[in-house]
Write a protein that binds this ligand. Sequence first.
Ligand SMILES: *[C@@H]1O[C@H](CO)[C@@H](O)[C@H](O)[C@H]1NC(C)=O
Ligand SMILES: *[C@@H]1O[C@H](CO)[C@@H](O)[C@H](O)[C@H]1NC(C)=O
Ligand SMILES: *[C@@H]1O[C@H](CO)[C@@H](O)[C@H](O)[C@H]1NC(C)=O
Ligand SMILES: *[C@@H]1O[C@H](CO)[C@@H](O)[C@H](O)[C@H]1NC(C)=O
Length: 364
Amino acid sequence: MGGVGALTLVSWLVFQGFHRSRRVASKILIMVVFAGVSVAMFLSPILIQSPCLMEEKPLPTKPALFGHRGAPMLAPENTLMSFRRSVGCNVTAFETDVQLSKDRVPYLMHDNNNHFLRRTTDVLQKFPGKDFNHSTNLTWEELQELNAGEWFLKTDPFHSVSQLSEQEKKTAGNQSVPSLLQLLDLAKTHNTSVIFDLKNDDNNDTNDTNETVKTILNSGIPHDKILWLPPKHREDVKKVAPGFKHVYSNVADMNRDGADHLNVKYSALSTTEIRELRNRNVSVNLWVVNEPWLFSLLWCSGASSVTTNACSILQDKNQPDWTMGLDTYRCIWITVDLGSLLIMFTLFILQRRKERHRFSALAS
Ligand SMILES: *[C@@H]1O[C@H](CO)[C@@H](O)[C@H](O)[C@H]1NC(C)=O
Ligand SMILES: *[C@@H]1O[C@H](CO)[C@@H](O)[C@H](O)[C@H]1NC(C)=O
Ligand SMILES: *[C@@H]1O[C@H](CO)[C@@H](O)[C@H](O)[C@H]1NC(C)=O
Ligand SMILES: *[C@@H]1O[C@H](CO)[C@@H](O)[C@H](O)[C@H]1NC(C)=O
């Protein structure tokens, strides 16, 4: 609309140039160029596509929310406080990261290798002079000595700490590194699913999958609440725990195994691809989606769920930012185009008159 408006204004000058030029060739050139630009501008809405421009079919159900490391804007990531706060946003799954301690206890920690423990705990104060870079450097007992929340208050990674109450800040500053079992208990209590990356699964010396699956089976959580993502030992997992839901990080592997759960980055699929997968009844989860406009587009496309840092913001959305029927959309742009054409025609006539007066004044 802005483009058409600007074009309409500019046409005043173009027509002036047209009427003033004395050579037929320049007149033709001006008109051909201007007509070309106008046609492109008038028809450009045909090229605009959005999943939120829809026929009068019903809007897909709102995507479910998976809490990315809990609710990392409301509490330090991957702590029990973070997951409890995500329960407050009605997330249907906790998303997390699992590593194993020296004594083979699965615990929750995202960073590994060079950043391991340093970003989200006070490991440098608690174990000065030790350069830990691997999950198995510490026993579970040692890990529990670490504070996993003060960093959040200090660095305020989402500029959200000021919105926390004094009590919440106190709780945040007192978080420790949770075990996977603690998270599974919380999930069991709240009927929440769990999806996680197994951080050191590609290490051939250890098989972290074994202990992780054992912990899950011992926790008593219903098996269909586990969205199993780690690919390395998937076939073994299927044998010992056939009730887990298997989630894939690409369509090819999913199709090969005849599965129907997908978990990919939001930019990995076009809105059309999402819609086609959903028509095949594939569950499509997209990570990491924080912006309401992006959430809206994925909602219109029919995404099943999104992994988000901003569960409290997305929870409050009752509808996409906007949707519009295709007919309404066509009606609007055709009306705008016709209005613009009418105005241009009037301007053309006005310019011609003006030019004639000027010319006869000059001549006399
Ligand atoms: C941590 O574990 C890695 C891998 O086993 C080892 O190379 C490194 O020396 C350990 N670091 C410390 C401080 O124990
Ligand atoms: C949390 O507070 C309790 C009681 O003050 C304290 O014993 C514990 O060490 C604190 N935990 C962390 C991780 O700060
Ligand atoms: C648990 O969640 C599932 C959907 O994930 C739902 O069908 C079921 O009714 C819930 N159970 C309880 C006890 O709320
Ligand atoms: C998808 O599920 C719906 C409802 O459960 C069913 O009617 C439809 O046939 C399924 N579509 C495919 C392609 O399996």
